[in-house]
Write a protein that binds this ligand. Structure first.
Ligand SMILES: *[C@@H]1O[C@H](CO)[C@@H](O)[C@H](O)[C@H]1NC(C)=O
Ligand SMILES: *[C@@H]1O[C@H](CO)[C@@H](O)[C@H](O)[C@H]1NC(C)=O
Ligand SMILES: *[C@@H]1O[C@H](CO)[C@@H](O)[C@H](O)[C@H]1NC(C)=O
Ligand SMILES: *[C@@H]1O[C@H](CO)[C@@H](O)[C@H](O)[C@H]1NC(C)=O
Ligand SMILES: *[C@@H]1O[C@H](CO)[C@@H](O)[C@H](O)[C@H]1NC(C)=O
Length: 765
């Protein structure tokens, strides 16, 4: 009872505080780029400050309120304002919008404090020479520059167009950059003003580009890390580690801190990265789905796209819940996660002799007591969270010397291992619940441990329940490659449909995101836990955070091969060449069902084919504006995103029946409609005198007519359009939304390599 009362008081207190008119909060203020007052000031900074000077008592105060002045990602600034000041500012004619700063998170599978694990770059796609000279900007938690993955041996010189810097700070000097890691900056102002001081047990935070949590080191090495011949995590997954684009340069922008990543800091990093001269921006972070005009990643990346920069973002880890996919702007490439065919079997043999399949990166043989039969215990009852193995919840008398079963969820997976070890336990079995089902992210645990899927966990618990003396042993099988079906959809990967824009299918593609091994800070344990004293150069992590930099690296390869391609053309190449079958030639699975395009988008990235797609669906920046008009956005909402003042009435009059030239196709039947026409335009980037003909697999309940059915491209760069009619065979009479899907492929008449495939999705609203 006492705690309830306290909690209530606390809530009330917060409520009062947040409504105090004098409390300062961070807001992002967007200005009209051709503002009427702009010309009265010598510089942009003076102009931005003038808005604060009008509302703050003296000039000095005004400057101290300003966090950032933006110009390339957006026109405007971030500042600390009170509620009263906000009202005054809103009425200023040059102010387009004022929005509160937002806290976002990195997209690892458990991001609770970035105390994550590991995952690795899958070097299978490596094509020597490609990626050379391309600059990948990574917005994340920073970098550990001494990692062998950032060695610059054999790297070409820093590109001439590079304008970035190597910003010195705490434990980071400007000499930490080289020809591989060509730039490093940090953006902390938004985070600093929003965060109360870290609690005592908080991991050390470097006020510099140096990575204190490991996430950014991991993602940037996955995108463009150098080859390291002897990478492994405590002997597991041993092999050559290399990023997707080992010839690419990396520029690191630290925007995520112990308390998350703030929009004001992210926007500041994008603002600078556009001017620094990056070719690719990789963002393994985000939040929940938002309308585009409310989403600063969408706004900043629109400007980046206009500058020819490809923006690649993680889809989020809120799957398998529908509508959970985030970062869905059509000018962003949105990346879901898949599994690799690399397994780390660690089977549990229970007392009856039955074998339960589990996986573990735990260094079995190297640990004392590993592999021997132990008493098995699952501590339930009470309300201390002992079934989840929360720290301090396990009675020493019950678990000492035993193998402890811990349910997944609530606290971090590796932290459970530490709790068991602290209480005197000898080994651990992590048991998936209905939430995680068969998802199998592994960790470099501090004690012998394995992870069981939900089905096996049920068997295990029934066995414990059935005998007075339950016993088990873990049999560690090392690293096994190629024997299981892969890729498959990662359980946690966020799913469509796209909540705010069902006419654009998201995610766009999937890429490896489960148990990825990549670079890690040399002063952190492989578990990221402060009390774990082991040190490694590589560790394993899981999340769409890990999938995103794989595609960023592959986009760098495409960019290096085709320097003049637009971000839309690069994305089209990634999507139309993606695989929908797994390595055994059967449909990619999502759990025990073939995956829908709401899970995999166009499919699993295939870099070898994406370098040479034959045809691309290109999009000009102004076409996105027409698309925003079709969404019914207001003039000011469109202005917020695009900085263009357009009349949608006129735009849609000129572009009758407009459809965005997206590489995937999504038809939405609104209530009462039975017909829908969509247009597409293909550009030849393959060979001259090419004939393509269309193959259609119509979604169930729909008739699909494509005209023309053959396209003859005489020249390179030639564009040809086609139309697709969808005729619904059923009325959308039911109250419930309904979906069906198929695909459409343009196949080259002679060259089998050129098959330009689009998923087709139909929605009845
Ligand atoms: C950071 O720098 C300080 C002072 O130079 C040094 O004492 C400390 O060991 C460094 N910490 C790390 C983790 O490098
Ligand atoms: C254990 O057995 C009891 C009684 O037979 C049953 O009520 C309970 O649900 C079982 N628990 C599990 C986890 O199987
Ligand atoms: C990590 O890399 C450094 C530098 O390449 C090397 O000296 C060190 O031995 C490596 N550590 C481990 C544990 O492999
Ligand atoms: C856009 O144009 C209209 C009409 O030309 C004008 O009234 C309006 O103020 C403009 N808005 C912005 C944000 O520039
Ligand atoms: C195609 O267009 C690109 C960019 O406009 C140009 O660089 C390239 O030379 C063109 N290729 C041909 C064969 O015309």
């Amino acid at each position: 009872m006492a705690t309830k009362v306290q909690l209530f008081c606390l809530t009330l207190f917060l409520f009062l505080v947040s409504h105090n008119a004098n409390t300062l909060q961070t807001y992002i203020v967007q200005l009209h780029p051709q503002g009427t007052t702009r010309s009265s000031y010598p510089t942009r900074l003076h102009w931005h400050l003038s808005f604060l000077q009008q509302i703050v008592s003296n000039e000095e105060d005004a400057f101290s309120r300003l966090l950032y002045s933006y110009r390339s990602a957006m026109e405007g600034f971030a500042a600390q304002l009170s509620e009263t000041e906000l009202q005054t500012l809103r009425s200023s004619p040059d102010v387009i919008s004022v929005r509160p700063d937002k806290q976002l998170q990195v997209h690892t599978t458990y991001s609770y404090k970035f105390l994550g694990l590991d995952t690795s770059g899958d070097g299978a796609w490596y094509q020597s020479g490609f990626g050379r000279g391309t600059i990948i900007g990574v917005l994340d938690t920073g970098v550990w520059p001494e990692s062998p993955s950032f060695d610059d041996e054999g790297m070409p010189p820093v590109p001439k167009k590079w304008r970035g810097i190597c910003q010195a700070g705490q434990n980071f000097s400007s000499l930490n950059c080289n020809r591989k890691l060509i730039g490093a900056r940090f953006f902390i102002k938004g985070h600093r003003v929003a965060s109360v001081s870290p609690s005592a047990n908080m991991i050390q935070e470097y006020v510099s580009p140096r990575d204190s949590t490991g996430h950014g080191t991991h993602t940037s090495s996955t995108a463009g890390g150098a080859s390291v011949p002897t990478a492994s995590v405590l002997g597991n997954g041993a092999g050559v580690a290399r990023g997707m684009a080992p010839g690419a340069h990396i520029a690191v922008y630290k925007v995520c801190w112990f308390n998350g990543c703030y929009s004001s800091d992210i926007l500041a990093a994008m603002d600078v990265a556009i001017r620094d001269g990056v070719d690719i921006l990789s963002l393994s972070l985000g939040g929940f789905p938002l309308p585009l005009f409310d989403d600063f990643i969408a706004i900043g990346s629109f400007r980046a796209m206009e500058h020819g920069i490809s923006v690649i973002c993680a889809a989020g880890n809120n799957g398998p819940i529908q509508n959970s996919v985030a970062n869905t702007a059509p000018w962003i490439a949105t990346i879901g996660a898949s599994t690799l065919d690399r397994r780390f079997p660690a089977v549990v043999r229970i007392g009856t002799g039955k074998l339960l399949y589990g996986e573990s990166l735990s260094p079995g043989k190297q640990m004392p007591g590993s592999g021997s039969e132990l008493k098995l215990v699952y501590v339930t009852g009470g309300n201390t969270g002992s079934e989840f193995c929360l720290r301090g919840s396990l009675p020493r008398s019950k678990v000492r010397g035993k193998m402890v079963v811990c349910d997944r969820g609530v606290n971090g997976r590796a932290e459970k291992g530490e709790a068991v070890k602290e209480a005197g336990g000898a080994a651990m079995i992590l048991a998936n619940t209905v939430i995680n089902l068969e998802e199998d992210s592994v960790d470099a645990h501090v004690l012998p441990a394995t992870l069981l899927g939900h089905a096996e966990a049920i068997h295990l618990k029934a066995y414990i329940n059935s005998t007075r003396n339950p016993r088990a042993r873990i049999i560690f099988g090392g690293t096994v490659i190629g024997r299981s079906r892969a890729p498959a959809v990662a359980e946690f990967s966020s799913r469509g449909p796209n909540l705010f824009d069902p006419s654009i299918l998201k995610p766009d593609v999937i890429a490896p995101g489960v148990n990825i091994i990549a670079a890690w800070p040399q002063n952190l344990a492989p578990t990221g836990l402060p009390d774990d004293s082991r040190r490694v150069n590589f560790t394993v992590m899981s999340g769409t955070s890990m999938a995103c930099p794989h595609v960023s690296g592959i986009a760098a390869l495409i960019h290096a091969a085709h320097p003049h391609w637009s971000p839309a053309a690069i994305k089209s190449a990634l999507m139309t060449t993606a695989d929908t079958n797994d390595h055994m030639g059967k449909p990619i699975m999502d759990g025990n069902m073939p995956a829908m395009s709401f899970a995999i988008g166009a499919g699993h990235v295939n870099p070898r084919r994406a370098i040479n797609p034959g045809l691309v669906y290109d999009i000009r920046p102004d076409e996105y504006i027409a698309h925003l008009c079709t969404l019914g956005y207001t003039r000011s909402e469109i202005f917020t995103i695009t900085h263009k003042n357009v009349s949608c009435h006129e735009v849609l009059l000129i572009n009758r029946g407009f459809s965005l030239n997206y590489p995937s196709i999504s038809a939405v039947f609104k209530q009462g409609t039975r017909r829908k026409m969509i247009t597409r335009r293909l550009t030849n980037v393959g060979s001259p005198n090419s004939i393509y003909s269309v193959e259609v697999k119509a979604p169930e309940g729909v008739k699909v007519i494509v005209k023309p059915r053959r396209l003859l491209f005489k020249h390179i760069n030639q564009s040809l359009s086609y139309r697709i009619w969808f005729i619904s065979r059923k009325r959308s009479s039911t109250k419930k939304m309904d979906f069906a899907e198929g695909h459409l492929t343009w196949a080259h008449s002679k060259n089998n390599f050129y098959r330009v495939r689009s998923p087709v999705s139909v929605t009845w609203k």
